[in-house]
Structure formats: C-alpha cells, structure tokens
Design a protein around this ligand. Structure first.
Ligand SMILES: [Zn+2]
Length: 490
C-alpha cells in the first residue's frame, strides 16, 4: 500500500483533466474518446493507458455485483430514501480509497449508491481502488461527527497471501516473477486455508481473488465474520499462523510438543498434513504432504544445492548430532543428489532410530519441516484489523494489466497466472471482435449495456462472482426471515 496521503491533505475534489470529464449523464465525451482508442493501440498496450482503464471502468467492471457483495442485501435499512434504493449501511457507510495515477491516495470516500461510486471512479480514473470497513458514520462525513464516535463497525474478514513470503523456498522464480510452478505454493495455501476456515470456523461465504501479480486475497462475508472485533480477528490469525519469524529465522515452526511422548497436533494441522483428523501418524497424505513431495521435493528440488540442504540439516533434531554429521558428509560428497533422495535418507535414518526416538524426536521434526515448507504463509497484519484497506476485486493491476479475478478454490491448482488471468488489453480485443461480429452494437449502444463483459473472457469470472453474491444475499434474507419468525414467537 502506498504511503497514506489523507484526502484532507489534498484538494477535496481535484478537477480531472478536461478530456476525462465524464459524467453518467453525459457520455458523449467518453464515447468520442472510446472511438479514439483504436485497435492498434489496444494491441500494443495492456496496462498504463488511462483511456483504456477509463473504458474498462465504464464498460466492463461489474459495479452492480460489487455493490451486492458489499451491501450483502437488496432491501437495506434505508429503502425510504429514493436516492439509494436497496443500499444499506454496509454500502453507504463503507470506505473506498483511490490511488490516482500520480500516486496520490484519497481515503474516506463513501457513496449512497453504486451509480455514485461509478461516477466518481470515472471522474478520478484511479489506478486502483481499495475497500475498507463500514464505519459508524458515512466516511465522507467523518469531520461532522465527533471523533470518538467515528469508528469501524463491520468488515469482511480478509486474508492476504503473497509470493514474497515464499522467496526463500522457491527456486523457479525470484522477486516479482511468478509462474505456474511457484503458483503451486499459493494453490496449496488456498486449499488448506479454505478448508480450515470452512471446517474449523464454519464460514461459508469465502471469495478468493487473484491479486493481479503473485498473490491472492480471501474475503469472508458471513455476517458472523463481518462483525468480529479486532481481538477475535487476531485470535483467528493466531490459530492459522504457523509460520513465524521472518526471513532471518531458521526454524519458523515452533509447535508445542513433548520430548517424551508423541505430540498431539491440533486437528486442523493433522488434517492438513494427513488428510484426516483421525489419521494414524503417517498413514495417509493430506494436502501438505502431497505438496511437500510434488512441489518442494520433486518440482522445486529445494534441497538440491548446499544452501537448500544446509537449511534442511539445521531443522533436524539438534540432539541427533551424529546422524546430522553423517548426512552432511554424504550430501557434500554427492552434489547432484536430489531433494527426494535426501528426504529418503532422512526417513531411513529415522526408521533405524528405534520406535521411541522416531516417534518423539524424528517425526515431529519432519512434520515441522513439511509445515515450514508448505503451510500457508499469511500476511498476518492484513487480517488483524477491521480497518485495513484491501484492493477491490476486478481492479486492474497497474504493472501487469491483469484483472484481479475471483477464483474457484476447488480449481486453484489448475490456474496459471500467466495465461488464465485476463488482461485489460485482451478484454478490449474480445470486445472489438464481438463488435465486428455484430454481437454487440457499436460504442453508443455499449454504454447502456451493463453486461458487456459477457462478450469477453471476463464472463466466467463475473458469473462466479454473481453466484457468490446471490448466496450472500440469500443468507441475509433467510436470517431476516428467521428474526421475523422469532419476534412472532412469544
Ligand atoms: Zn516460478
């Protein structure tokens, strides 16, 4: 997130450049501009052209679904207000923050309707925008209310997983790079977190959104989640945070254990390792063990070079000095020995150590290693506070041009960020092709078409989002009906 420049530090409504003066009621200028975005230009660029971004906001971003998703209801508290039919406080008191092309960061914006939000986005043409909490008062009016009474009251529980935290355990890419291979680390993180959040916490409405480059966000919209105070959010993070200590720590997993008996892992971790909470030690494979073999040992071959295997040796039980020294001299003598073979060496030594030492010393250390190399590495700070701002779904990543699309956690392993995330340039090429084929009318008709995305590769992603929003709205209605029945039941 850029350094926060509060909107109070800036002119409140900076006048947009004249050629971007677009108003919902006056589309003429935009259509003229849109006509100027000729195909050659679209072919050449995917990212930074402000007119292309503006057209994306105007024609393709699914505003109404963003509204439904945040509002969580269609018949809100203030139906009486004709200006905002259906908008509840979940929307009208919600903070939106904009990052403009000049890096200015405008916070505390709020809107009565999604049309108003869209109009402001078209006026500002931000590089991206972020979503914050629902406040006790409308964020834009915060100066008119007492400081102490302006506070966040509700917010989706969010998680952020970023490839940055995997740099020391991936060998295929570094820095800002990402490929299908290292996406595997993100995929297993999603698989395990999704399961823990549903099974251990009972959450149902999870939205996983590709961050546009090399990470993923999760938004939980269950009513029970949204109203959790910060200390409850911290408790959830504490439960889910297994990898700790940052880049400098050698051993990042420190689970309570015993030196004399087999340790009891908490059921969520046992399920992630072995596939079932009742699994007998090592009897079956869960997502983490599978990922350890497939990704860490076979694909990434993390322990092949000296840096990799010395790190592994440092994680073995320190009391086993003799065994560790033997492994080290063997591996130093065979520089080409694969990670899979090295892990096999460790298993062989552990098996020969006798049942007691295998159970109390070797197995816990090996499980900790598997966890350290595969368990989700979450950015804990993002999840701990209600008022943390997070990039909205369907915005465009300014560096890659990729749209932050919702993903299906059940198909997360198949996703390839390089080829499956639509770029803004591809979307307009799709739209141009549809126009040429006569499927969509020219630009003039487009402006009244709220589902222009249907003619682009954005379609399956918006449809997934629509289904997600419908389920949330249905839940809210059912809860209300339940409440109404309760009040009649005296
Ligand atoms: Zn990679």
């Amino acid at each position: 997130m850029p350094t926060a420049v509060r909107s109070t530090d800036l002119p409140p409504a900076r006048p947009p450049p004249p050629d971007m003066d677009v108003d919902e009621d006056d589309d003429f200028e935009l259509d003229k501009a849109m006509a100027g975005v000729e195909e050659a230009r679209l072919q050449a660029l995917d990212t930074s052209d402000p007119m292309v971004l503006l057209s994306y906001y105007r024609h393709l971003l699914p505003w109404k679904n963003i509204f439904l998703w945040l509002n969580r209801d269609v018949e809100g508290a203030n139906m009486a207000s004709t200006s905002s039919p259906g908008a509840s406080r979940n929307f009208t008191h919600r903070e939106f923050a904009f990052t403009l092309a000049n890096e200015a960061y405008l916070r505390y914006n709020s809107y009565a309707t999604w049309q108003e939000l869209k109009r402001d986005v078209l006026r500002l043409n931000p590089q991206r925008f972020e979503i914050g909490p629902v406040y006790s008062a409308k964020p834009k009016d915060r100066k008119t209310v007492q400081k102490t009474s302006f506070k966040p009251v509700s917010r989706e529980v969010v998680f952020d997983i970023d490839m940055t935290d995997y740099d020391e355990i991936r060998t295929c890419c570094s820095g800002k790079g990402i490929c299908k291979r290292c996406w595997g680390f993100i995929a297993v993180a999603v698989e395990v977190l999704d399961q823990a959040l549903r099974l251990d916490f009972g959450f149902k409405h999870l939205l996983w959104v590709y961050s546009g480059r090399r990470g993923i966000h999760c938004w939980i919209s269950d009513e029970e989640a949204c109203t959790l105070p910060d200390d409850a959010r911290k408790a959830i993070v504490g439960w889910l945070e297994v990898i700790k200590g940052g880049a400098s720590a050698v051993k990042k997993v420190n689970l309570a254990g015993s030196s004399t008996s087999a340790r009891q892992l908490h059921p969520s971790l046992r399920r992630a390792l072995d596939g079932s909470v009742d699994a007998v030690d090592g009897a079956s494979d869960g997502p983490l063990k599978r990922a350890f073999v497939d990704i860490v040992l076979k694909d990434q071959d993390v322990f092949r070079d000296a840096t990799g295997y010395n790190r592994l040796l440092a994680l073995l039980p320190s009391v086993e000095t003799e065994a560790i020294a033997r492994l080290k001299s063997n591996w130093d003598a065979q520089p080409a020995r694969s990670s899979l073979d090295k892990w096999q060496d460790i298993m062989t030594i552990a098996a020969k150590a006798g049942e007691m030492r295998a159970r109390t010393t070797w197995r816990p250390a090996m499980e900790d290693i598997i966890l350290q190399y595969t368990y989700p590495r979450i950015d804990a700070e993002v999840s701990k506070h209600m008022n943390h701002l997070l990039k909205a779904p369907f915005v465009v990543h300014p560096a890659t041009g990729r749209v932050c699309v919702p993903l299906d956690p059940r198909q997360i392993h198949q996703f390839d960020p390089d080829s499956d995330a639509p770029t803004i340039g591809e979307l307009f090429r799709d739209l141009n092709a549809a126009q040429k084929a006569g499927e969509v009318d020219d630009g003039a008709a487009l402006k009244d078409n709220p589902t222009a995305w249907e003619h682009t590769r954005l379609k399956p992603f918006v449809q997934r989002f629509e289904r997600h929003c419908s389920a949330i709205v249905r839940q809210t209605r059912e809860a209300k009906r339940g409440q109404a029945l309760d009040t009649m039941d005296f």
